[in-house]
Design a protein around this ligand. Sequence first.
Ligand code: SIN
Ligand code: FE2
Length: 221
Amino acid sequence: MNPTTLDLFADAEPVQQPRREQIGEQSYVLRGFALPWLERLLPALEAVLAAAPFRQMITPGGFTMSVALSSCGALGWTTDRSGYRYTHHDPQTGQPWPDMPEIFLQLAQAAAQEAGFSEFLPDSCLINRYLPGAKMSLHQDKNECTYAAPIVSVSLGLPAMFLFGGFERGDKSQRVPLLHGDIVVWGGVDRLRYHGVLPIKEGQHSLLGEQRINFTFRTAG
Ligand code: SIN
Ligand code: FE2
């Protein structure tokens, strides 16, 4: 290989070729699906974060989550000493959560459609920020009022190892590497599967720096 070619690719991050991988009966990873949307997604994300900045929340058990959170849409997922729940207001500012940007909604609907879920109408987008070392323990998404709608989960920035488990915490989980631009969609018979994220490794992403950002779209109310 000529040295110029080598240099060109030395710093390049792996880029996903768009494709759909099935990880469960009604669960898919849509590789690179968010990439064409980024130019419109990132300014919208900045506006949301200006109104509702990332903050670390406390679990009912008294632990500070390693992941920092924000939300947009009618409902935002929160946790404190009294439990997990969805609220209409940001507990930190007392203001309603920022509206869900139109571009967020469109992306979530397009991804859901691609995974076989038409008419997805999310009213909540949880925004998770992982710095290196941050993780998400295995859990089920079950604070929502309905399980009829799927979960649409967008990965940006540093890579992550996503754990996709079964219906019991102790079930064996698949390890699914997620890169910048990938979207995981699970619903239907898979809606209550346990999932989590292993600690994020040190690294620098060309666009987002030393962090991973995840959007989780849900129909909560
Ligand atoms: C979550 O389950 O809330 C987050 C999943 C992820 O960060 O990929
Ligand atoms: Fe989750």
